[in-house]
Design a protein around this ligand. Structure first.
Ligand code: COA
Length: 305
């Protein structure tokens, strides 16, 4: 029988749906960003990855090249404007254009709000929110319709990697929740402005917990992981592949009518809450309770039913 991981490595998409596209992925050297780089490459894109660590980039680029993907690694920090400008320019210089920008670079650590310094808060907003805006801003002239190497009617696309933390509230991640809320807001505002003016689609992906990522090892201490399934019934670890397939969908023409959305890829986890009453009990009592309440004279206290 085919193993699950082997099955999941087969893409349901045609392997040329991104043929000839040029993608720049920040944080593309490791974790989810690396899998997105790999899958965009396997579906035909040329890939530039941006990151802060030369050794991580070098190893990622050799792994991509070993799979026949045309890839380069560009050192830079999304917090530095000059790095953003240089990396975007070098991508275009090397591959001739830019079609897909993926903002994957992010910072995270668990900390109670009272122990987080304003500088710690600012650092994560700088990476996630300001960094995402900076990369979008520097890429605009290449992504807009009629930009260098591009058709006069067709713009490129942007994918912002987000989270679901801020849909409700999350313990010990006040900084990341705020940062990702801003990222989602950028996604919508740019989808409106740049979609209208430049034919650029801007979307996001909000991953759930993904196994084998830096995020999981930093944010999911082992003692918490063993109990989490009891509290969150929809808790199931995803694979990096799940997020990369969402990226292939949104970046390709399969997603050509999708603009301004953040696709949640988490098995429904953010909706998760413990079952407060067993299904069998509901099935047994629900109709009886309804019947009794219909038959009871108006004003009868429910406790008497
Ligand atoms: N708890 C509380 N505060 C923390 C912290 C922690 N675990 N880690 C960092 N900080 C604070 C620092 O104390 C500092 O604030 P201060 O000057 O008031 O003391 C501020 O955050 C900046 O820290 P510094 O280490 O100088 O930042 P950096 O630029 O070297 O690193 C981080 C940035 C902290 C976001 C680092 O975790 C990082 O590089 N992350 C990228 C990878 C990553 O997180 N991947 C997971 C993605 S889900």
């Amino acid at each position: 029988m085919e193993s699950l991981s082997h099955f999941h490595s087969i893409s349901p998409f045609k392997d040329d749906i991104l043929k000839g596209k040029v993608a720049l992925i920040t944080g593309g050297g490791s974790g989810i960003g690396f899998e997105i780089s790999t899958q965009l490459g396997k579906h035909g894109a040329f890939v530039a990855i941006m990151g802060r660590r030369r050794n991580v980039l070098d190893s990622a680029v050799s792994q991509l090249q070993a799979q026949g993907i045309k890839a380069i690694g560009l050192e830079g920090d999304v917090r530095k404007n000059e790095d953003a400008t240089r990396v975007v320019e070098m991508t275009v210089k090397h591959f001739g254009k830019l079609d897909i920008l993926v903002n994957g670079a992010a910072g995270n650590f668990l900390v109670p709000a009272e122990d987080l310094s304003p500088n710690g808060f600012r650092t994560v907003l700088d990476i996630d929110s300001v960094g995402t805006f900076t990369m979008c801003h520097e890429s605009l002239k290449y992504l807009k319709k009629g930009g260098p190497g591009r058709d006069s009617a067709v713009g490129g696309t942007i994918l912002n990697i987000s989270a679901t933390l801020h849909y409700t509230a999350s313990w010990y991640q006040i900084h990341v929740s705020a940062a990702k809320a801003a990222v989602d807001s950028l996604t919508r505002s740019l989808a409106l402005e740049w979609g209208t003016d430049y034919d650029i689609r801007v979307n996001g992906i909000a991953p759930g917990p993904i196994e084998g990522t830096p995020g999981m090892s930093k944010l999911g201490p082992d003692e918490a992981k063993s109990k989490i399934g009891d509290m969150l019934p929809l808790y199931k670890l995803g694979e990096r592949w799940d997020i990369a397939m969402a990226a292939v969908y949104l970046a390709s023409d399969a997603g050509k009518y999708v603009n301004g959305t953040t696709l949640v890829v988490d098995n429904g986890l953010w909706l998760s809450r413990p079952r407060h009453i067993q299904k069998k009990v509901v099935q047994e009592i629900s109709r009886a309770v309804e019947r009794r309440s219909r038959e009871a004279p108006v004003g009868t206290p429910t406790s008497k039913l």
